[in-house]
Design a protein around this ligand. Structure first.
Ligand code: 5GP
Ligand code: MG
Length: 470
């Protein structure tokens, strides 16, 4: 697989008034889903105008850059990519002018048959202007629009050709649609604001906008929002589901509710189950801020050990995970985390994080705790060992970067210098999320892929292509 991998955030809104400020606000609230670039496309008087730039929402979308951007319909995007690509060529929304009007698309997820489709359509004379898999969605959709002139049919045709993960907001002139792939990999929900309806990756955005959560978009559903109502086009058949477990474990905000399960609640349960599965003889339990906080609280509840804050995090050192080389990542972790000595000194400490990928973070943190006088350090992890790449939008890419692929748990314990190390089991994680195992994507921890990925084990055959002709 080439091309950037990303788990991003999307917004769409239709209202009786200008929606640009609302979309800006929603993008701010889902900023954690993407810090590389941000963009808004808005429709007014026959034209879709798109503003997109590199950087955080408030840097990319300023009063100045958004001057002249307005409309009663709009979509927005925040983009996250492991590849630190400069410039805005891959930023979204992607917009196209067609004979059937203006089209704009914002995409969260990864299209797994992108290379295949790209090859096929290059041979037919198409050209691509980005290296983003999202472009194929826009091109297919506009091709289908020119054949059908019906956005719903055009989206369905597009869905029958693409495979993988996609939560989308789509605009065709003033009409705004939301689409979720039939597996439901990435979240997307519907809310009502005083001024109209909104589609957004995470429900947390609705709370701070004084909106009402209506529901999650169903896997495979297309939904059209209008200022005073919405219309649903559900999938007519049963299709296997594969909600990404990593949304609950790490990616989403704790205050979001995804497919009926509050992220905070799931993380707390993960911690409680960890305490049950792998108790530790210790004095206190502390989180790796901020990603391990709810998991650590759950561990404290489950074990009866006192919860303490043991690290202060420098919030201005960001994204250690994606820095390009190991030395830089290690240095950044030390800059980012400082111990609170009084809680650590002479104590037996349990430290809880959401996940171990390369092991960089915990190796550094265990050393920091020992230097601060901790007597023992026990590490507990809220995600089973990550052993397989994600093809659906989380930036965990190659097998050799996963420490759990090269070493056993006891070897990893020694590498990170802990007195003990335990991960939650896959069964424990499934219990915490509280979905049937078959409705979750656990590919990064069990190597069973819900869709067909060349060279990988396929969990089940997709029924999409045959069932989809409706
Ligand atoms: P490691 O240091 O083991 O390579 O990565 C684990 C740490 O990175 C955890 O603290 C976790 O919160 C964080 N993490 C896990 N997945 C991701 C990701 O996709 N992006 C970013 N930025 N951080 C991640
Ligand atoms: Mg973290």
């Amino acid at each position: 697989m080439t091309g950037p991998k990303h788990s991003c955030g999307v917004v769409g809104m239709s209202a009786a008034h200008d929606v640009v400020n609302h979309i800006h606000k929603a993008l701010n609230i889902i900023q954690h889903r993407g810090q590389e670039s941000a963009g808004i496309a808005a429709y007014r008087n026959g034209v879709i105008t798109t503003v997109k730039n590199s950087g955080l929402v408030n840097v990319a979308l300023t009063k100045e850059s958004m001057a002249g951007l307005s409309g009663e319909s709009g979509i927005g995007h925040v983009r996250y990519s492991q590849l630190v690509t400069k410039g805005v060529v891959n930023a979204q929304p992607i917009s196209l002018e067609t004979t059937h009007g203006s089209i704009a698309i914002a995409h969260n997820g990864d299209i797994t048959n992108f290379e295949e489709l790209k090859k096929k359509y290059l041979a037919q004379g198409w050209s691509f202007s980005t290296d983003s898999d999202s472009e194929i969605l826009a091109l297919l959709f506009s091709k289908n629009m020119s054949q059908t002139d019906d956005p719903i049919r055009a989206l369905r045709m597009m869905m029958s050709e693409v495979d993988g993960a996609y939560s989308l907001t789509v605009m065709v002139n003033e009409r705004v649609f939301g689409v979720r792939d039939p597996y439901g990999f990435r979240p997307l929900c519907l809310g009502e604001l005083e001024e109209g309806y909104i589609l957004v990756s995470e429900s947390a955005a609705l709370d701070s906008m004084k909106g009402t959560f209506i529901r999650d978009i169903m896997p495979g559903e297309i939904i059209e929002i209008m200022p005073d109502r919405f219309k649903s086009y559900p999938l007519s058949t049963n299709h296997p589901k594969a909600h990404c477990m990593f949304e609950w474990v790490y990616f989403a905000r704790p205050d979001s509710i995804i497919d009926g399960k509050e992220v905070y609640d799931v993380r707390k349960r993960v911690g409680m189950i960890l305490a049950r599965e792998s108790p530790a003889n210790a004095d206190i339990v502390m989180p790796v801020p901020d990603s391990g906080r709810a998991h650590a609280l759950g561990f404290s509840i489950g074990s009866g050990l006192q919860y303490e804050e043991g690290f202060m995090k420098n919030r201005f050192v960001e994204r250690t995970f994606i820095l390009p080389d190991q030395k830089q990542r290690e240095r950044a972790v030390s800059m980012k985390m400082n111990p609170i000595r009084s809680t650590v000194k002479d104590r037996r400490v349990v430290i809880v994080d959401d996940s171990i990928v390369r092991g960089t973070t915990l190796k550094k943190l265990v050393k920091i705790l020992r230097d601060a006088g901790a007597k023992e350090v026990h590490v507990r992890v809220g995600c089973p060992p990550v052993i397989a790449p994600c093809y659906y939008g989380v930036d965990m890419r190659t097998r050799d970067q996963f420490i759990a692929n090269s070493y056993s748990v006891s070897e990893i314990r020694d590498i990170i210098g802990a007195d003990s190390l335990a991960y939650i089991s896959i069964d424990g994680l499934v219990e915490a999320i509280d979905f049937p195992e078959n409705d979750l994507c656990l590919a990064c921890v069990n190597s069973k892929y819900p869709t067909n990925i060349p060279g990988e084990k396929h969990r089940f055959q997709s029924t999409l292509r045959t069932d989809f002709a409706q």
